[in-house]
Design a protein around this ligand. Structure first.
Ligand code: SPV
Ligand code: MG
Length: 431
């Protein structure tokens, strides 16, 4: 009897999956792998049902002779364990990012004479609709809101990209790359005050009002499913902050980060070059407490951002504030620095983790950008935010294009650097 292996990473069984299983059955004993949640989120979408339920929906079909857990998006480890004669998969993995998975599978099978069987992918209206419905479900506030906490529990570090429009949202949502360890994508999105303001040609001084900031969130939410961390600047007056918390929570945002500054807020990367004042510990704690009392679900996070290192107030001040803010109910701490070296950030993380093992730590490595995600995670960091790189890459590219058109009095010379028209019109999915 031959062994056939196929892997499922789905929340809903449809005719496409049934087709794969019945084809697999023709070749022998069927072993079905269920992709673990942590592997699934590296490449596929976030599961909408829990792992046990995903196992039981396959069990209930009664077709699998054995069910195993596949812990990696790549098949090599599970193939070594199961040693199947055949691996059955839809032929949609012959192109796009999934090709890397197929190549990995083919290589390991060839070592002992195993074979891949590509089954024509089922493109039907029903399958399309089911797919769409899962996506829609993931975008709903009650699913999206809790996802950041789930990711913090599941990921070594939650990789977060700045977005400020539907288009940048799509980049965060859809960009997938092949890495040494398989495929990878961003986990979450950051609505930066700096980039949201910059996109509107305005300074980052809390000038762009909350209604406009919410509008940006809406634009992003319309076309994405990933969780959102909102840059709430100082949070404003306590009397206003509570309304902001309520609105964000209702929209399905996962977290707000507020910084302990007061008065006219300027961007932290100015540091002490401009006048900026830090809030008192007492007043900022009061703001955190007011926000926590207002929120209605357990899903929403209020993360306190400490500006002591930015404002050169020293490590002791940063740590004292961190413990006070956690005591006031903060669900996480963001520690910021504008030094090129990550030393002070790492020192803070180590000292904070000495006393507090669980409260999530968030960092924004804009200036200390040599540090890797792995190193940050080793020092207890849970969330890394790439806070402005999309905006900073787009601006020079657009400016150069504008200059080239002016120089040549036509657009021919810039064309080679541009996304083909065909690609841009197919960039956006139609419903
Ligand atoms: C932002 O992205 O707006 C931030 C991070 O607050 S920073 O610009 O580094 O202050
Ligand atoms: Mg900001």
């Amino acid at each position: 009897m031959k062994t056939v292996y196929t892997c499922f990473c789905t929340d809903v069984i449809h005719e496409g999956h049934l087709n794969i299983l019945s084809e697999a059955k023709k070749y022998g004993r069927v072993v079905v792998g269920i992709l673990s949640d942590s592997a699934m989120i590296r490449f596929n979408r976030f599961p909408t049902i829990d792992f046990e339920k995903r196992i039981s929906i396959v069990e209930e079909l009664g077709i699998a002779d054995e069910i195993v857990i596949q812990d990696d998006i790549m098949y090599d480890k599970i193939i070594e364990k199961v040693r199947p004669d055949y691996v059955v998969h839809g032929d949609n993995w012959k192109s796009g990012p999934m090709k890397a998975i197929r190549d990995n599978t083919e290589k390991i099978l060839s070592e002992y004479g195993g074979e891949i069987i590509d089954i024509p992918y089922t493109y039907s209206e029903n399958v399309r609709r089911i797919d769409l419905r899962i996506r829609e479900k993931l975008a709903m506030p009650e699913y999206r809101r809790k996802r950041l906490k789930q990711l913090i529990d599941m990921c070594p570090i939650v990789k977060t990209l700045e977005v400020h429009s539907g288009l940048t949202g799509l980049i965060a949502e859809k960009t997938i790359v092949q890495t040494d360890s398989g495929l990878d994508q961003f986990d979450a999105m950051w609505i930066s005050s700096l980039c949201d303001s910059t996109a509107k040609g305005k300074p980052d001084i809390e000038l762009v009002d909350m209604t406009s900031r919410f509008r940006t969130i809406d634009d992003v939410m319309e076309v994405t499913t990933k969780p959102i961390i909102f840059d709430g600047d100082t949070g404003g007056l306590i009397e206003h902050f509570v309304y902001t918390v309520r609105t964000l929570e209702r929209m399905g945002v996962s977290a707000i980060i507020i910084e302990d500054k007061t008065g006219l807020k300027k961007n932290s990367l100015f540091g002490t070059e401009v006048e900026q004042s830090q809030d008192s510990i007492e007043h900022f704690c009061e703001k955190i407490r007011a926000g926590k009392q207002t929120q209605l679900t357990d899903d929403f996070m209020i993360i306190a951002r400490i500006e002591s290192l930015i404002l050169e107030q020293g490590m002791d001040d940063a740590l004292e504030r961190a413990f006070a803010y956690v005591g006031a109910g903060a669900d996480g701490i963001m520690i910021h620095s504008r030094k090129k070296s990550p030393a002070e950030i790492l020192e803070f993380c180590d000292k904070f983790r000495d006393k507090n093992k669980t409260t999530p730590i968030v960092v924004v490595p804009t200036s200390f950008n040599e540090i890797t995600e792995t190193e940050l995670a080793q020092h207890g960091v849970n969330v890394v935010i790439y806070a402005n790189q999309l905006t900073r890459s787009a601006f020079p590219a657009m400016e150069e294009t504008a200059k080239e058109i002016l120089r040549h009095h036509r657009a021919k010379e810039v064309d080679d650097r541009l996304m083909p028209i065909k690609n841009i019109i197919t960039l956006i999915d139609e419903l």
